[in-house]
Design a protein around this ligand. Sequence first.
Ligand SMILES: [Zn+2]
Length: 118
Amino acid sequence: MQVKYYIPGLLANLKVEAAIDILSSGQYKSLICQCPYCGGRTDESLRRVAKEHFLYQRSQDMKSINGVTEGKRLPAFLERTERALQLSSEIRRKLGVEIPNQHFKTWLEVFPEVAKRI
Ligand SMILES: [Zn+2]
């Protein structure tokens, strides 16, 4: 089965090989996960912890969303999306790793419009 590894800073669930390329490149240290399962690893052993890491990070995501007041959730989300979009474009340029990011552009366009109507 294809193992996927979630990188919160890229809002992306990548093939573990692609995740290892990015994390072991030495250029994106801020994306290296320090959760209790990953503990800073950037090698093949990520396969073994991918599932626990995913669940841990998603629960962290939920906590951080809940920690933001309702009116600030959309701006915080858009800011995070904007960063993920920039970073994924940069990684594609520098490392040649493809990260699907077309949906980020859609979100950035659509969500602010939707919010105006609520
Ligand atoms: Zn982790």
